[in-house]
Design a protein around this ligand. Structure first.
Ligand code: B4P
Length: 191
């Protein structure tokens, strides 16, 4: 059973790698971005609220995101391990996740940060925009999302680094190569 976090800037390959790692380890991948996009598509009250923030490249408020994650982690398929993709993104979310795990007597086994430089990330996301037309993949919004990563999510990375639980993985290179690096990092960490 593995409980892990995948942290990284927009476009670093979190969603791409999360799917592959979840298949390999047999644990559920939980992407807060995917849950929000599903709710936007279905026009649920959560989706209508989240859309305002997502279209601008802003974070959805912690109160909304935290309770959504609490509910998702309470589902049966998360009982035997999980990979959280895109959460926590703020220090307040780190503290909230600490509380959820403490209540269950659980801890994290692996915290991975995927790294890549900003220009590579912008290029990848503009490329994705041509294929998927995601409303938050325009250059201005991408740059704003990167800024939020640097100003808010890097503090999350520092927190786990201070706790000695963080492993950095180079996200540059072919998708298969990055998967191999991620799997090797997991093996080294949980061994
Ligand atoms: P996310 O869904 O997490 O979007 P993302 O950061 O762009 O990552 P994603 O997983 O989609 O992309 P990936 O890097 O895999 O979040 C979207 C929005 O939801 C946020 O802006 C925010 O508004 C909201 N949100 C989500 N979580 C939140 C939270 N905790 N708190 C508050 N708000 C939250 O891949 C990107 C592209 O790169 C793909 O096209 C892929 O094919 C390509 N790629 C991947 N790996 C590659 C490689 N090695 N080489 C070349 N291309 C690669």
């Amino acid at each position: 059973m593995t409980r892990m976090l995948l942290i990284g800037p927009p476009g670093s390959g979190k969603g791409t790698q999360a799917e592959r790692i979840s298949d390999r380890l047999g644990i559920v991948a939980i992407s807060t971005g995917d849950i929000f996009r599903f709710n936007v598509k279905e026009q649920t009250p959560l989706g209508i609220e989240a859309k305002k923030y997502m279209d601008a490249g802003d974070f959805v408020p912690d109160s909304v995101t935290n309770s959504m994650v609490r509910d998702r982690l309470a589902q049966d398929d998360a009982a035997n391990g999980f990979l959280l993709d895109g959460y926590p993104r703020t220090v307040a979310q780190v503290e909230y996740l600490d509380e959820i795990l403490a209540e269950k007597g659980q801890s994290l086994d692996v915290v991975l940060q995927l790294t890549a430089d900003d220009e590579e990330l912008v290029a990848r996301l503009l490329n994705r925009a041509k294929e998927t037309g995601r409303s938050d993949d325009t250059e201005d919004v991408i740059r704003h999302r990167l800024e939020l990563y640097h100003t808010q999510t890097e503090a999350v990375v520092s927190k786990y680094d201070e706790r000695g639980t963080l492993t950095r993985v180079d996200g540059i290179g072919a998708i298969d190569e990055v998967t191999d690096r991620v799997l090797a990092a997991i093996e080294t960490t949980v061994r």
